[in-house]
Design a protein around this ligand. Structure first.
Ligand code: VGL
Ligand code: ZN
Length: 242
């Protein structure tokens, strides 16, 4: 092979690698230490609230462990958004509102199947507050969701009817954001639904696995990763971020 052919071959081979791996840009960025947050990135911290950590009414196993990891990640991002699950006391997602129904059973509602949860994150109550130790003073927006008594909202972007927007996509677009990094509680519900809707709203979406914890109800954690992967959500670790 002449030097010219060799150069052409390597250029071809490099192009083929890019085409073969749709995750090419991400793998290269992680390997090169350049997955570094810029002003086109946002870190969305999902539902790190007292109700979702041990001792809370809908505690996610080891949910408190995400707090120091999230605090450290947040320091790398110029822009951070926090979300709060923010239900009315009579919210339709509460088992207590459905006679004869138990927690974790489901009901059929006009917008689809709804899992019934213990009462949690009621507006203005202590349990709806942020988890102790969450320390992100530079967060610029707190988005509350699930405040319509008849519709749940796992996603930070769209309510469970899949059409009522929270306004987050518009806010991020107006700010020039292209990539959403997400973490928090719970991986398989509010984090996953938010990440999937971020993709549907036209953003790159990366879920930071070790900064999130799942509920894992009947295999929901594996199902959520499958659903996320199928729409192009990337799965990363906190140590991947430069
Ligand atoms: C969540 C169940 C009910 C969550 C919120 O934050 O993942 N899960 N409400
Ligand atoms: Zn909820």
């Amino acid at each position: 092979m002449s030097a010219f052919d060799r150069r052409r071959f390597f250029r071809f081979a490099a192009g083929a690698t890019v085409a073969a791996g749709s995750a090419g840009w991400l793998a290269r960025a992680i390997a090169g230490g350049t997955l570094r947050p810029t002003e086109k990135d946002v870190f969305i911290v999902v539902d790190v609230q007292k109700c979702f950590i041990p001792g809370g009414s809908l505690a996610v196993g080891k949910g408190d462990e995400v707090v120091p990891v999230i605090n450290a990640i947040a320091r790398k991002f110029p822009y951070v958004v926090l979300t709060q699950d923010w239900h009315t006391a009579d919210h339709v997602s509460f088992a207590s509102q459905h006679a004869g129904k138990k927690v974790f059973e489901t009901v059929s509602l006009p917008y689809g199947t709804q899992v019934l949860w213990p009462d949690h994150c009621v507006q203005g109550t202590e349990g709806a507050g942020f988890a102790p130790g969450l320390d992100i003073p530079h967060a610029q927006l707190v988005i509350r969701k699930g405040y319509h008594s008849g519709i749940d909202s796992y996603s930070a972007f769209l309510e469970a009817d899949k059409k009522t927007p929270t306004g987050l996509a518009g806010y991020l677009k107006e700010r020039g954001i292209k990539r959403c990094f997400l973490a928090g509680l719970a991986t398989d519900f509010c984090v996953a639904w938010s990440a999937i809707d971020a993709r549907k709203s036209g953003f790159e979406a990366l879920v930071i696995e070790d900064a999130s914890r799942g509920i894992d109800l009947n295999g929901s954690l594996a199902a959520a990763w499958k659903d996320m992967t199928s729409v192009g959500v990337k799965r990363i670790q906190s140590t991947d971020i430069a």
